[in-house]
Design a protein around this ligand. Structure first.
Ligand code: SAH
Length: 460
């Protein structure tokens, strides 16, 4: 993070703007909207600012900048077209600890100003840390289109009810649950339709009804896909933003974890194939315990929770304990790897079926139903197979699959570091060693792998 984001209360605070042109006028409009007491210092003013002075909206010093003008000033914007003056203003402010911004000159800025979507009291600020302001503006335009104007009314109504909610619902958890339920229900739509009074009445009634209901915990078993955050479902994202506590393992990538509500408690329960960090039984019990405390528990799983994810075991325990739960599918890594490597898992000319198997060993051996996996029109995808790739390929050959059958290993599928190694059943294992492929990776076996060269759209 290059900048610390914050919203500043400028009510009745002295702000100095150096410069009297259009750029200064634009900044002054924002400062005035935030309630700042503005002084402008410039040899002359543009028309808009002349009018603002006449309307007593700002104080005008018809002069050049000098340091004595900084007395009692909270914040300064240098909007002149002289880099030298802007620099002088910056240095003078830095010496006094005053917040300063020189427009379009990051080297002379202590703070920068974001692109803003204003639905006061709701504000959305977007910044590219000064890198590409146009990108921030584009995003702002999209958000402007997406967020109804009445969102501000909704935020205001919620703020008006804050004290009443606090007095009726005593715990933080109960209040959070109340707002989540209210904001997911029909009340926002009433506000967006302009029925503010009806919305207020409905909110008041549901508050009275909620006051005596005890907190309800629940577990959300959520698949978050192969690691690329763009492949999350909307449902996953919504639940990630409501969770009180999140239990995650090592397949959940850092950018995805970053999207979980900031103040949710994070519990790492990762396991590696031979090193069970937290035993499964303990994870199952943790889920139950948190839910019984009335918490919204998010159990984040790589890929899909019901494909080699032990999701079934986890919810069996929940069902037994009478805890409410929901299961949200995710894109399984085989689907992610297939699309991002340009290897369709089925294809009318090459493969009529696909089988997902695990290469995880039980008692030292990979135990698969080999004769079922050797048909030339079958695609086989092996999860957790990196360490055993040699043995798996050898078994398939032994049971009759052609040694020249194309086979690929896809490492870190869908992520920016994805690598694809292509070979055949007879040489894939050696290539995997030569290239130093590490988990997480999937093996794809079958004629469809020969399409990779033609259909790949990412570099290997
Ligand atoms: N539930 C998960 C699978 C968990 S088993 C899913 O549906 O994808 C863990 C195995 O998944 C890893 O050993 C690896 O084989 C595979 N895997 C998970 N993420 C992957 C990724 N980004 N790239 C390649 N393989 C991945």
């Amino acid at each position: 993070m290059n900048y610390f984001p914050l919203f500043l209360n400028l009510h009745d605070q002295h702000c100095l703007v150096v410069g009297g042109g259009d750029v200064a006028a634009c900044k002054i409009r924002l400062l005035a909207a935030a309630g700042g007491k503005i002084t402008v210092v410039a040899p002359q003013l543009c028309e808009e600012l002349v009018q603002a002075v006449l309307d007593n909206k700002l104080v005008y010093l018809a002069a050049s900048f000098n340091e004595s003008q900084l007395q009692n000033t909270r914040l300064v914007i240098a909007a002149t077209n002289s880099e030298e003056v802007n620099r002088h203003v910056f240095e003078a402010c830095e010496a006094r600890g005053i917040l300063v911004n020189a427009v379009d000159d990051p080297a002379s800025c202590r703070f920068i100003t974001p692109a803003v979507v204003d639905r006061s009291p709701l504000m959305i600020a977007i910044s590219t840390s000064g890198g590409v302001p146009v990108l921030a503006r584009n995003l702002r335009a999209q958000l402007e289109a997406l967020i109804p104007h009445a969102y501000g009314d909704l935020a205001k109504m919620a703020a008006d009810f804050r004290d009443e909610v606090k007095s009726k619902l005593l715990s933080v958890g109960a209040r959070k649950q109340f707002w989540e339920k209210t904001l997911a229900g029909p009340i926002p739509d009433m506000v967006f339709a302009g029925q503010n009074e009806a919305a207020r009445r409905a909110l008041s009634e549901s508050l009275c009804a909620d006051a005596d209901t005890p907190l309800q915990g629940a577990v959300y078993l959520v698949g978050c896909g192969p690691g690329n955050p763009d492949l999350l479902t909307f449902r996953a994202l919504r639940l990630m933003q409501q969770a009180d506590v999140v239990l995650y393992d090592n397949l959940v990538s850092a950018p995805i974890l970053d999207m979980v509500r900031r103040d949710a408690e994070r519990v790492y329960v990762g396991k590696k194939s031979n090193n069970h960090a937290v035993p499964q039984e303990e994870i199952n019990q943790l889920l139950v315990r948190y839910a019984l405390q009335g918490k919204k528990v998010l159990r984040l799983k790589g890929g899909d929770p019901f494909i080699f994810g032990r999701g079934g075991e986890e919810i069996e325990e929940l069902a037994g304990a009478g805890v409410a739960f929901e299961v949200v599918p995710g894109i399984t890594s085989a689907a992610g790897a297939s699309c991002y490597a340009g290897i369709p898992l089925t294809h009318r000319d090459y493969a009529q079926s696909v089988t997902f198997v695990t290469g995880h060993r039980r008692d030292g051996e990979v135990e698969l139903d080999w004769p079922r996996l050797v048909s030339p029109t079958e695609t086989v995808v092996v999860y957790m197979g990196v360490a055993q790739v040699g043995k798996i390929c050898a078994q398939l050959i032994k049971h009759g699959r052609n040694p020249d059958t194309p086979a690929a290993m896809v490492e870190k599928a869908t992520l920016s570091k994805q690598r694809v190694v292509v070979g055949t059943l007879s040489n894939l294992a050696q290539k995997v060693v030569d290239q130093g492929i590490k988990p997480p990776a999937l093996i794809i076996i079958g004629e469809v792998v020969s399409l990779h060269d033609k259909l790949k759209w990412l570099a290997d």
